[in-house]
Ligand binder design. Structure first.
Ligand code: ATP
Length: 247
């Protein structure tokens, strides 16, 4: 059973350029943490390390006190939703059964509905072929099919990497609420630029210059906290954009 994930003095570099630099972070069972940071600060790099796609150049990543590299059950207890989710050139059914080979049709339709695909399913069924790397579907539909896949599993830890990419505002709220139900008793690590989805987490950790420079609970953070400044900057940019100013 998952108890604790620890990054201890982890450094990672791309071509000699340090992305994570003595990075420390601890996430314990049941915690829901958003990793917040500007573009290019290393959020995806952190997720790649968690997923074992890459290994640290220095430092340790431990799960329940043991090296992550030796934790064989890791992918079984992990559920990931990322914008880069792979869609196979098979039927929708096949794409969902990858997540859970025992899922019934009823469960699959339910997961698709919870993922905000009710309208999409109006003129399709589970035998719809999705095309080469999801060539027959839109980016937002790809994300939601990947979400339906996640909802068919019961992972202990959920990793959401920009989970609403391409999902329009009309279904966003409903999808967020369904994700909230799903992660209720799970550990959650989230990366997103959308304020709305950060409401899924209780805590944030700000990543800057390769380190977590601030961590706390939303309701406790002060007016001049980095989180506040970060959001303010993002909000100002969004406002400017809306007004058509050049940015
Ligand atoms: N394969 C790679 N080779 C070289 N540099 C890379 C590679 N992948 C990422 N980088 C660089 O590492 C830095 C961190 O990238 P990362 O994707 O982790 O940032 P991020 O915080 O997730 O950004 P964003 O919010 O824009 O997705 C960036 O400057 C990026 O250009």
């Amino acid at each position: 059973m998952f108890e604790k994930l620890e990054f201890i003095d982890v450094s990672f570099e791309y071509e000699g350029r340090k992305i994570l630099d003595n990075f420390n972070l601890e996430i314990t069972r049941g915690e829901k943490v958003a990793i917040v940071g500007s573009s290019g600060e290393g959020k995806t790099t952190f997720i790649k390390l968690v997923l074992k796609y890459i290994s640290p150049h220095k430092g340790k990543i431990l799960v329940n006190g043991k090296p992550l590299s030796e934790f064989e059950e890791w992918y079984k207890i992990l559920g990931v939703l990322s914008q880069r989710a792979h869609i196979f050139n098979r039927t929708l059914r096949d794409n969902l059964l990858i997540a859970n080979p025992n899922a019934t049709e009823k469960e699959m339709y339910r997961a698709l509905e919870l993922a905000g695909l009710k309208k999409f399913m109006q003129n399709r069924d589970l035998d719809t072929v999705l095309g080469s790397d999801g060539g027959n579907i839109s980016g937002g539909e790809r994300t939601r099919i990947a979400l339906a896949r996640l909802l068919l599993r019961e992972p202990e830890i959920v990793i959401l990497d920009e989970p609403l990419e391409g999902v329009d505002k009309l279904v966003e709220k409903e999808v967020i609420n369904n994700i909230r139900d799903f992660v209720k008793d799970k550990t959650l690590i989230l990366i997103s630029h959308r304020f709305s989805i950060l409401s899924l987490t209780d805590e944030f950790a700000v990543l800057e210059n390769g380190k977590i420079v601030e961590r706390g609970k939303y309701h406790e953070h002060s007016q001049d906290s980095l989180l506040k400044r970060f959001f303010k900057a993002e909000q100002e940019l969004t406002e400017k954009f809306r007004k058509g100013d050049s940015i």
